[in-house]
Design a binder for this molecule. Sequence first.
Ligand code: TRP
Ligand code: ZN
Length: 848
Amino acid sequence: MRDATPEQTETIYLKDYAPVPVTVTHVSLNLRLDPLATRVRAKLTCERRGAGEMVLDGEMMTLKSIALDGSPLPDDRYTLTGTTLTLHDAPDAFILETEVEIAPQKNKALSGLYMSNGMYCTQCEAEGFRRITYMLDRPDVMATYDVEIEADLPVLLSNGDEVARGKWHDPWPKPTYLFAMVAGDLVATPGTFTTMEGREVALNVWVRPGDESRTAYAMDSLKRSMAWDEEVYGRAYDLSVFNIVAVDDFNMGAMENKGLNIFNSKYVLASPETATDADFANIERIVAHEYFHNWTGNRITCRDWFQLCLKEGLTVFRDQQFSQDARGFATQRIGDVLNLRARQFREDAGPLAHPVRPESFVEINNFYTATIYEKGAEVIGMLRTLVGAEGYAKGCALYFERHDGQACTIEDWLACFEDATGQDLAQFKLWYAQAGTPRVEVTEHFADGIYRIDLRQIVPDTPGQSDKAPMVIPLALGLLDTAGREVRGTEVHALTKASDSLTFDLPEKPVLSILRGFSAPVILEMAQTDADKLTLLAHDTDPFNRWEAGRALAKDRLMRAITEDAGFDDAWLGALATLATDAGADPAFRALALALPSQDDLAQSLHTAGVVPDPDRIYAIRRAATLVIAETLRDDLTPLREAMATPGAYDPNATDAGKRSLGGRLLGLQTYLDGGAAAGLAYDMADNMTDRMAAFSCLLDVGDETVAHRFETDWQHDRLVMDKWFMAQVAHAAPRDAVGLADRLTRHKDFDPSNPNRFRALIAGLTAGNPAGFHDPSGVGYTFLANWLLFLDPSNPQMTARMSTAFDGWTRYDADRQALMRAELERIAGTESLSRDLSEMVNRMLAP
Ligand code: TRP
Ligand code: ZN
């Protein structure tokens, strides 16, 4: 073996992409499992494609033997470093055999092969396969696989079809990141699906013994997803078996490994007693998401990790479409936009802003972001709006036909739509390249029967990017008269220039309903009158914009109360009451309309408006507004809540969930008036987790001293329910008590920071759930977070890097808080042997 070179942690650039000189077309793996000494024998079928050395990735493993075409490889034919194995003078076609030893039990990073509750499982996206064996661990190397698992365990699973016990063959060429293997004591809930091509598929949801009773909803969601993808995208499943496995220790939501999806158990297991309506909805969405990846991600994958949005943005868009069909367009769209604004707009406005297709990264795991996923999905939605539903269907069909079996780029994707529709998408492509949320200024003019809308777009500077070009912004708009009748139905205008105008011949000035359905991920700046907003709230035919008008009214009130001490006017309160009590309106929609903008949303909006946000004042004003709304609805609360009752057995369907959602919100209002009396009764009577959590939160809000203990006594045996217990207590603590409580809870016997769900529940309960507590003026919240990040970083850097984003809004705040947060970021940055993950994040946050 030649001399080793030191490990590198440098920036990787899209422009440096080069295909491999030697590729791998088939992988034959034998895994002999053992917690501390698993042996992995790999036989790689290699073919030369160009000049250069073959550099295989491999880390945290011991090489036991290496052979080329059956003969042991002499030491001078290869070089080993801590992260690579370089073959010198590789022939044109050959078989490379290696044997390595790894210790899954010691793998706490949950990347590669690891153990969770006695079960072996893998997570290979993005770069985990290199912790299993030496291989070209990059998505543009696609190979077929034969896998043999040896272990004294009842269930042995891998990708593809099972050819004998513990032996699997995957005929579809795939990159390493889609490899998976599971072994353990598991039980299956079986099902079947017959594809439109007539293929019989065996479906299984695998869980730990005892959890079988909670798999029905995941199985049902899977069947509905399979049918939907056939119906809407014409895509059928392509193997004889599809397995889903629930794992308790998992860094993210789930993973789309070919034929063997692995899930965080939080997104599989559900029963009415233990899961809320939101949990059911998440399970449905994530099961669909991972299943849809079989075509958008697996059959057609990414050339390199810069193209991550090619599979993620598209697949999120597809799961959103699916959820709209399953649950109703308006409420799903409103929920998705709320999520986009809360997570992606925040990201886009801060030091971590990056394009949907980044041009560089240090650690790819840091780019599984709201921008790549959620803004990536919005970009697909805009594309569909611009080329039309038919053009979109044609473009997708061409994509599947042209690129099946390939590793592709955004250019490949867009070319399909250009070729299918004849449209030029050169300017549209800027959505992939330019970071930052565009602002669109709208001003209205009316004179002499001519209504004119002036539009101006501003694309803000972001780290590393300034002076941006105008984007294509599809604006779906309609016009109402002042009585609320629609005078022009929805039409789409693409704003392509920095500024432009639209004119309409009309007898009177209309009420403008613009950005219908949230047709572009932009911030609209428009001085619309209250009268116009109230008209839209009451009458717009576009349900998204009805909600948006109510949102704008609420935000305006809260902002003015925060900055000018303004009171809450009857016009607004009356409109809210009308909506809340409108028995003809969808309860889910009414619940959304009653919700006030979040504390973080207000902080961000204040910052954008040039006001330094005060977290305590935001907290106090939001509560004051809630009290006024409660008083306005005082006499309606009880009858309205009664009308929201869902008699009969709990059913997670969207209609019942909508009623529970409104019921829960009304209970929240009632708690402001009765100090928790109704919530206490509701807690005692709850026969499902949705109602129980709603009541629990109310009781925590009023400082009930016994309910946390009661909840714990009832649920301490249940891991997923106890995550809710940890999170809710911290999120609903009074701001000055929150950090102290979080700190005490870290010493609770069930606080296990190595379990990502538990760690996230407690930490995010504070940082996201209790902003006024996290931003305690003393800085204790910042120190608490930094300490826990530093504690966990050596074992699970993906997790700590992700949780560190709680600091990404730090430059919004006052000088004292900024200094405190900067000091913590600098303390982290200055810590020795920080992970590449966390180091990249804190350095990016400190950069501006
Ligand atoms: N591809 C997965 C998804 O979106 C995301 C994912 C799961 C992931 N586990 C991961 C990404 C671990 C990075 C690291 O469905
Ligand atoms: Zn995905």
